[in-house]
Design a protein around this ligand. Structure first.
Ligand code: ACM
Ligand code: ZN
Length: 538
């Protein structure tokens, strides 16, 4: 940290040819940078901006160029000496970090790597007037940037959001929009929950029934699960992404520095797949794609046929997703069928396993070995701890932070997503007119107060906590508008926890965040984001 202070001092010093007067203007950046100094004055953007970027910063340059072009500005490549916007490498900066120095004449962005420069550009974007978010053919002649010195880097290497597209399906344009929001907030992982009891959403060429059959259910529950009698809408519902759609979305995400983690659930939440291929289950019985929410007993049976199926599915999945992680689920797999299945019981004996939990561990470990052989790492929900962790698995701690603590103590990487702070399908307000949600209560304040690092961990163990993720299960989100309503503004709080780090002085920091959030609504308005009105005053 001390190094960084020295660094920021040097930046201030080197930019200080002209006397700079401090300004007390407050900026509305979310997530807030680590260190920020604002000066009096402004940098006026020219219609054509002389631009220079060192090699390796194409991600940042391309985003900037496309973003500015929409409002009639353009970058004109120039020599460094003649440029007004410069992106340069500084290998002393932290990973994904950047410094941004804006004075009246020059915008100087320095980064260690491509990600850092991209985040620096996202900061520039947020420093620019919100009107630039809108397509606008003529540049405003007085578009300005405040004069700043910023030193910035992320607290956590994993900053993620999840989206369940199985309970309700969202088309590829919405998925892209969702990814674009993550990028704006300096998040870097999109966890795409693609398979479920109620719908399989990814085309697998080898198993066409996964899309002709498993992607559709006969009807959907109306209202909340707990309402009696339960009523259904009688309408066939579904959809899926072709492999071409997926390639398009992956390419789009790459341009925004977002890695997609596909989730292919096993051994549970597999009813839609088993519905198409009943031989994958223990009973072989024909079952429908689920129409109700919840946890179902029809899970994959760990027989050779099932492993062959999963390996073939995963072989297609790994070719579509270039990121290092594949999420294999692992949550909520009831063991009733395994207890009554002669194959499962014989396998437990043959492998010398203690019980069905160890059988699940055998299942996941076998899949991990397969994926590791393809150069991929697995992530699983915290139930994968039961019966013993697969050797290289990363644990997503959702039921609480306990699973994450146990995994970190076993020297496994952890992503924190506890229901208490990170489930954006919970209610965010106690207002009685709140639209239907699954239950729970996770207010903006609660999200902002999250500390992904549990006090129980030693300094050595803390390194295994990679960061936090917000989960968006869509049983009660039928529309894109509803997803945005549940995600915003809570995602803004989470982005700050992940990027800036957990708040050290909660009262003060949260009050400051709420002020910035109020101003940030202007940007969300221009972007037409359907954010909930719960801005911390509910
Ligand atoms: C989960 O919420 N079932 C991971
Ligand atoms: Zn079985």
């Amino acid at each position: 940290m001390q190094k960084l202070f020295l660094l920021s001092f040097l930046i201030l010093f080197s930019c200080g040819e002209k006397e700079k007067e401090l300004s007390n203007e407050t900026l509305t950046l979310i997530p807030e940078p680590q260190e920020i100094t604002v000066y009096k004055g402004a940098h006026t953007l020219h219609k054509t901006i002389p631009f220079y970027a060192e090699e390796g910063f194409e991600l940042a340059s391309n985003f900037l160029s496309e973003y500015l072009q929409r409002s009639g500005f353009s970058l004109q490549n120039n020599r460094e000496n003649d440029a007004q916007f410069i992106i340069k490498k500084d290998s002393l900066l932290p990973k994904e970090g950047y410094t941004l120095s804006v004075n009246e004449d020059i915008i100087l962005l320095k980064a260690k790597d491509a990600s850092g420069a991209f985040y620096g550009v996202q900061t520039v974007r947020q420093l620019l007037p919100v009107s630039l978010e809108q397509l606008n053919s003529s540049p405003n002649p007085t578009t300005t940037l405040p004069l700043v010195d910023i030193v910035d880097f992320p607290k956590f290497p994993y900053r993620g959001m999840h989206l369940d597209v199985s309970r309700h399906f969202f088309d590829k344009e919405f998925v892209k929009k969702y990814i674009s929001y993550l990028a704006m907030l300096k998040m870097n992982y999109f966890h795409w929950h693609l398979t479920e009891d109620q719908g399989w959403r990814i085309e697998i060429k080898k198993y066409p029934k996964l899309t002709t059959h498993s992607a559709f259910r006969n009807e959907t529950l109306i209202g909340h699960y707990s309402e009696t009698p339960q009523q259904f809408d009688g309408e066939r519902y579904g959809g899926f992404y072709t492999q071409e759609d997926i390639k398009e979305i992956v390419a789009y995400a790459q341009k925004l520095n977002i890695t997609i983690i596909p989730e292919i659930e096993m051994p549970g939440h597999a009813q839609a797949a088993i519905s198409a291929y009943p031989e994958l289950g223990c009973t072989g019985e024909s079952i429908p794609v689920a129409t109700l929410w919840g946890v179902f007993e029809d899970i994959y049976c760990p027989k050779e046929e099932t492993f062959a199926f999963l390996e073939e599915v995963l072989t297609e999945v790994v070719t579509l997703f270039p990121g290092e992680y594949i999420h294999i689920g692992g949550d909520e797999a009831p063991k009733a069928h395994w207890e009554n299945c002669s194959h499962c019981q014989a396998l437990i004996k043959k492998e010398g396993l203690k019980d069905e939990h160890e059988l699940q561990s055998y299942f996941i470990t076998r899949i991990e070995k397969f994926l590791n052989s393809k150069g991929k790492k697995i992530i699983g929900w915290d139930e994968i701890l039961e019966g013993g962790l697969a050797p290289n698995a990363t644990v997503m701690s959702w039921r609480s932070t306990e699973g994450g603590i146990a995994a970190a103590k076993q020297k496994h990487n952890v992503i924190m997503t506890p229901g208490s702070h990170c489930y954006f399908d919970h209610y965010q307000s106690k207002n009685e007119n709140e639209p239907l949600a699954i239950g729970g209560f996770t207010s903006l304040e609660k999200v902002y107060s999250f500390n992904p690092i549990p006090a129980e961990l030693s300094e050595e163990e803390v390194q295994y906590i990679l960061g936090a993720q917000g989960n968006v299960w869509t049983e009660y989100m039928k529309t894109e508008d509803k997803v945005e309503y549940m995600v915003f503004p809570r995602i803004l709080a989470l982005s700050e926890v992940d990027w800036k780090g957990p708040s050290k002085e909660f009262e003060k920091d949260y009050a400051d965040f709420k002020q910035r959030l109020k101003a940030f609504t202007e940007r969300m308005d221009v972007l037409k984001i359907n954010y909930a009105p719960h801005l911390g005053e509910e």
